[in-house]
Ligand binder design. Sequence first.
Ligand code: CAA
Length: 280
Amino acid sequence: MKRVGVLGTGQMGVGIAQVLAQTGHEVLLWNRTEDSLEWGLTAIRQGLDRLLKKERISQLDHKDTLAHIRGVVAPEELKAADIVIEAVPEDLNLKKELYARLHLICADDVIFASNTSSLSVTSLARDSGRPEHFIGMHFFNPVQVMKLVEIVRGLATSGETTERVRALALAMGKIPLDAKDYPGFVVNRIVMPMINEAIFALEQGVADAKTIDECMKLGCNHPMGPLALADLVGLDIVLAILESLQREFGDPRYRPCSLLRKYVEAGWFGSKTSRGFYTY
Ligand code: CAA
């Protein structure tokens, strides 16, 4: 699978596109507006500039990687893709609409892989019109650094689809591990309640944000504290995942801390809005 469509130019779409291009894949990066597309392409260029500056890549790699990415606005351009990885916002209607459109454009055996972190893969698969060729391919932030890809089969996902997607993850230099289609899969089911608990501790004044993070770094050897991690992932995303865990399991232990809700209401989404538990 050499030609990969990537839908969405948020943190995840941009990271996925960059890693694909760096590992020799042809990328068709889609967003519905020229402005969002330009933003995504600029973010990739800046990421590569940093690598060049650190001498992690050569000038030639830099040029070659950018040449592997073509930004597209018309969904029809994705007809050329062997697989489409969807990383648009977690809005069910938006995803449904996109799948319905692409289902008519792409050949029947083209795989649709979703980077969803909070929706049911089985249910998205049904909406895709091609449940056997639909799968969850869940990357982690920052995609350029994190090795894991959770491979999540829907009830109807075929074995062949799973193998092809696993091979693509390996070709990207990632480590694919299987997770069942339960809310949060493995990582988010464990990490999001930890982040939520850190926010409860902050709300109750157990310690300030910096101290909570330092405690978890020094006491548990985590590379970054849970509040800084929440800022990195995006507080809007953390809230959406916790709400999904609470809704799907019907268990109050996943209830999002009201302080998290307040930050999201204020538009403080973390590093992407320059303000979250920290300012950037
Ligand atoms: N994009 C690209 N590269 C990045 C980056 C980014 N946003 N952030 C850091 N890096 C790179 C740096 O350039 C550096 O690379 P080199 O070693 O080649 O120079 C390397 O990562 C290490 O970075 P730093 O030295 O600046 O800082 P660090 O050692 O503290 O590492 C970190 C930063 C990799 C983010 C590390 O703190 C970490 O692993 N944090 C935990 C991340 C994590 O848990 N992610 C999962 C979140 S859950 C999720 O994503 C699922 C979901 O559905 C929401």
